[in-house]
Write a protein that binds this ligand. Structure first.
Ligand SMILES: *[C@@H]1O[C@H](CO)[C@@H](O)[C@H](O)[C@H]1NC(C)=O
Ligand SMILES: *[C@@H]1O[C@H](CO)[C@@H](O)[C@H](O)[C@H]1NC(C)=O
Length: 385
């Protein structure tokens, strides 16, 4: 061995070594995915618990509404595909589901902290705390069947008890906590203690997942909430143009709202560093979803999309709001807010959620680790054996 490589081995920081060593290893071979989140990764929870979406939701890929807030697949679907799994079933969806390769606890409108709103006021009872409690029950109850050696038609649809330690646990939540602070009238200054509190709650739930055996934790930060078209003055009657200087950034996104998301992300990243020290046996990956989404929004035209403020499905103009797939009155006339001609040209599906085309673009960027810390492709993100 040349002296040069010896020096490299001795003096390069350990994370560099792990990345290098890992390339010689085979991929993690995750047996399952367990996902926690909100509508950005809900694959059927809210639809099973409450009212399902209707077409044109789902039209592009599934050709029917399948409990996803998009015209097609979500980022979690592309993650499942990439790792060679079937699409994840929602934990509470009792019809025709298999949990052999994991379960999805994500639910639309979910928050990290409890909200004072019910489903009917736009809230969700499936907070992150409830989602991790569902994992707890799922693990305990499936484990019972294996212990009783009832390895029959039941257990065929369950992960094995040993799969929980080898699975990948993905998180994508926090956007609705920030949305709640915004709708409570908070700004960048007064939201800071609230955001610190939200991140503390998140820490407790990551700890719960670790205690339930989770060792690979893949954590998405939150996206640029101020770039959602419904936040933009053109679609938001509360913020008519002209707006104050500095209210919008160069992409037409609401600056202070993105700053709140960045504050959350900064605190989340600090937490990840702390958790790595606390749980050296775990591999905790921080994925900069904000930058991936913002890169798409900044380069929309170059990447073949229309202006990022455009909404494919739904009518949100001049103070009139008709949600995607619904009928409503606008200036005394009934309109149907259907889909645009070609959703693959749009970043925003319904003003809040991304199209399948945008989700695919983003998934392609995050799966190979180019937005991750440490920069590992997802299939190498487990702890070194
Ligand atoms: C919910 O309401 C209680 C009591 O009014 C308040 O203390 C708490 O901060 C509220 N929670 C949120 C998330 O707004
Ligand atoms: C990851 O994939 C994207 C999209 O294909 C590509 O632009 C980027 O260079 C890749 N990054 C790495 C680190 O492989």
């Amino acid at each position: 061995m040349a002296i040069g490589s010896l020096v490299i081995l001795l003096f390069f920081p350990s994370w560099f070594l792990s990345v290098q060593t890992r390339e010689e290893l085979k991929s993690c071979d995750f047996p399952a995915i367990f996902n926690f989140g909100d509508s950005n990764s809900d694959t059927g929870c809210t639809a099973a618990a409450f009212y399902p979406e209707i077409l044109p939701y789902g039209q592009t890929f599934f050709h029917e509404a399948v409990g996803r807030a998009s015209d097609g697949r979500l980022i979690i679907d592309f993650i499942a595909e990439y790792l060679g799994f079937p699409y994840l079933s929602a934990y509470i969806n009792s019809i025709g589901t298999s949990y052999r390769h994991g379960a999805n606890f994500a639910a639309g409108s979910s928050t990290i902290r409890r909200q004072n709103r019910t489903y009917f006021d736009g809230g969700s009872p499936f907070t992150l705390e409830i989602q991790t409690e569902q994992l707890n029950q799922f693990k305990a109850r499936t484990g019972k069947f294996f212990n009783r050696a009832e390895r029959n038609s039941f257990t065929r649809n369950f992960p094995k008890p040993e799969d929980f330690a080898k699975a990948i646990y993905t998180f994508d939540i926090g956007q609705n906590d920030i949305a709640a602070a915004i709708s409570n009238g908070m700004g960048m200054e007064d939201s800071q203690p609230v955001i610190s509190d939200i991140v503390d709650y998140f820490a407790n739930q990551v700890q719960n997942v670790y205690e339930l055996g989770g060792r690979t934790l893949w954590i998405h930060n939150t996206g640029p909430i101020g770039c959602l078209p419904v936040a933009m003055p053109a679609h938001n009657a509360n913020k008519q143009t002209p707006v104050a200087a500095g209210y919008l950034d160069q992409n037409g996104c609401v600056q202070y709202q993105n700053d709140m998301a960045k504050d959350f992300n900064k605190k989340l990243k600090k937490l990840v560093v702390k958790l790595r020290a606390q749980f050296p046996e775990a591999s905790i990956i921080y994925v900069d979803m904000f930058s991936a989404k913002y890169e798409l929004i900044s380069n929309a035209n170059k990447e073949g999309f229309v202006d990022p403020s455009e909404i494919c499905c739904g009518y949100h103009e001049d103070g009139n709001n008709v949600n995607c797939g619904n009928k409503g009155m606008v200036n005394g006339k009934e309109i149907y807010a259907g889909s645009c001609e070609d959703p693959s040209k749009y970043i925003s599906w319904d003003g809040v959620h991304y199209t399948e085309a945008a989700n695919h673009w983003i998934a392609n960027r995050i799966l190979n680790g180019s937005f991750s810390d440490p920069p590992l492709p997802i299939q190498y993100s487990c702890p070194l054996q």
